[in-house]
Design a protein around this ligand. Structure first.
Ligand code: NAP
Length: 258
């Protein structure tokens, strides 16, 4: 039987993979962002109800392979995927995007979480948050000497101490130059997401000699196969598809290879 794939997504990389899936495969999204309407595969939206719920879904939908292409900081769904695959007796493959590495001239300071971040942030006045929505729940506690700029997917009115920019990458070097010039940031706060789409802010921070407070990556589970690029993962899916096709050809109709 052809292996039915469940792709866990919510990233640009996952969308690229979804565009190469078959009509029987399923692309799953948490439901926080935009949903493409022109995909060749089936699309489902919303949580599964933990690892147990995901394992039940795998059995009910006769999924033969999970592909985890979620964001490197989406640690819960990655843990659920690995456990559910084990419970269901199927393989879990994962795209593990390589982290960014500091280059000469970079001043990166690694922080483990929000509390550590606030301590490191104290000497600065004009931070630029590129962490997603987490800063939005702290807008009422901004110290009097700081003015925050928060860039995330959500539109939000901000307040007298914070401006929220609702925007989706990729972000260009030119656009980041203009934003840094306009806002006069003195520090950048980032996840170590890796990839090209949101890297330009780090180039501009380096050029301007600005420190970057980098949130450490969460630990992710071991899985059956990992890939560090979408191309490598797509090539493995192509091989799997060829193996599936070969299994579908009745033995009597195979050409002799002698
Ligand atoms: P998370 O903490 O790892 O997951 C929280 C819960 O959301 C999961 O337990 C699961 O609910 C549900 N979920 C997450 N991804 C899902 C998917 N692809 N399909 C179905 N359910 C999903 O994740 P998060 O950090 O909140 O991120 C949510 C989504 O946004 C992820 O899909 C991720 O790829 C994307 N994203 C995250 C970031 C980031 O910085 N965290 C950045 C860009 C994009 P149940 O337990 O009910 O199944």
């Amino acid at each position: 039987m052809v292996t039915r794939i469940l792709l866990l997504g919510g990233t640009g990389d996952a969308l690229k993979i979804a565009r190469r899936l078959g009509s029987n495969d399923v692309y799953s999204l948490a439901g926080l962002g935009r949903i493409a309407e022109d995909l060749p595969c089936q699309v489902r939206v919303g949580g599964f109800g933990g690892a147990d719920g995901l394992a039940r879904n795998l059995a009910a939908e006769r999924i033969g392979l999970i592909v985890d292409a979620t964001h490197p900081y989406a640690a819960q769904i990655s843990a659920n995927a690995a456990l559910a695959a084990r419970l269901a007796g199927i393989q879990c493959w994962a795209l593990r995007r390589a982290p960014w590495r500091p280059r000469p001239g970079d001043d990166w300071r690694f922080v483990s979480g929000w509390d550590a971040l606030c301590i490191q942030l104290n000497p600065f006045a004009r931070p630029f948050f590129t962490l997603g929505r987490e800063p939005l729940s702290h807008l009422d506690t901004i110290p009097a000497h700081q003015y925050w700029t928060v860039r995330c997917l959500d539109a939000h009115p901000g307040n007298e101490r914070a401006r929220v920019i609702g925007a989706r990458g990729p972000f260009t070097l030119e656009g980041e130059h203009a934003l840094f010039e306009q806002c006069r940031f003195d520090v950048v706060i980032s996840k170590n997401s890796g990839g090209a789409a949101t890297e330009a802010k780090l180039d501009v921070a380096r050029e301007r000699g600005l420190p970057v407070l980098m949130l450490e990556r969460p630990p992710l589970p071991d899985v059956d196969r990992t890939f560090d690029t979408t191309d490598a993962l797509l090539a493995a899916l192509e091989t799997l598809r060829a193996e599936n096709d070969a299994r579908m050809i009745p033995p009597g109709s195979r050409r002799s290879e002698a």
